[in-house]
Ligand binder design. Structure first.
Ligand SMILES: [Zn+2]
Length: 264
């Protein structure tokens, strides 16, 4: 059975109502989380959170990114490699970095894992390839955060055929197996960003879902309270977002634990 370890890798601040409608304009921190998934096949990483590369690359045309989401990142305390080392895991040990989507707060650390394979959805890859300048900024994507040999190391989750998920994961029906032991499955969670993905992980205490940015706070899926309407200026599809949120609501009702990338 796999183990899930969560890390806080920096945070940004935003009005609380961006996460849940009616939560007010008071700024609250949104931690950026990365997850270490220890499987029988070895360690996997789910996203990377922020890194020092974010402040280096959020400049020029990408500077507004820093104004909209002021980022707090402490060199020592927030560094993901330092946090992984406490588990005896070094970058070279990682089997693959699983990318939920390409918003900068999820992929800022990719360059710190030289040679490590990466996986993302085909839709997400199609959406970011050749994306530059203002068009990239509007999708919260900073191309320079990708390693130079990104194209050689990236693989689509969908490169293996989709298969039926266990009945316990209803209403999710199909996913893409990631590891050889069947403990890790990629699953489409559309709405937040093009090709936005989640992952089911089989642990000792049952299946759990890494849901990335399908919601920004647990109240959103528990009470079906979406984020501020303004947020849909940067999210991909409001309609798909609410369909995914309803599925998370059902999954939560079935007792499946859900991890969000920005929950407190
Ligand atoms: Zn996002």
């Amino acid at each position: 059975m796999a183990e899930i370890h969560a890390f806080k890798v920096g945070y940004c601040t935003h009005p609380a109502c961006m996460a849940v409608k009616g939560a007010g304009l008071r700024p609250r921190p949104f931690p950026s989380r990365a997850y270490l998934l220890m499987t029988q096949s070895g360690p996997y990483l789910w996203d990377t959170g922020y890194s020092e590369h974010f402040s280096e690359e959020a400049r020029g045309i990408y500077t507004p990114y820093r104004w909209v989401t002021p980022v707090h990142y402490q060199h020592d305390a927030d560094c993901l490699e330092t946090q992984l080392a406490r588990f005896g895991v070094w970058p070279r040990d990682i089997r693959a970095i699983l990318i939920s989507h390409f918003h900068a707060d999820h992929v800022s650390g990719l360059r710190d894992y030289p040679g490590v394979p990466m996986m993302a959805s085909r839709f997400a890859l199609d959406a970011i390839r050749k994306l530059q300048g203002l068009a990239a900024l509007r999708r919260a994507f900073i191309p320079a955060l990708l390693p130079k040999d990104f194209e050689e190391r990236i693989q689509a989750f969908e490169s293996t055929p989709a298969r039926d998920l266990p009945a316990a994961l209803h209403p999710f029906k199909q996913g893409w197996p990631i590891d050889a032991g069947g403990e890790l499955w990629a699953v489409a969670l559309p709405g937040h960003a093009e090709g936005h993905m989640g992952a089911f992980v089989q642990t000792e205490s049952g299946w759990q879902l890494l849901a990335a940015d399908a919601a920004w706070a647990p109240e959103a899926y528990r009470e079906l309270r979406g984020p501020a309407e303004l947020s849909f200026l940067i999210q991909h599809s409001r309609k798909e977002y609410y369909k995914t949120l309803a599925k998370l609501h059902a999954l939560d009702g079935n007792g499946i634990k859900i991890h969000l990338s920005h929950e407190m």
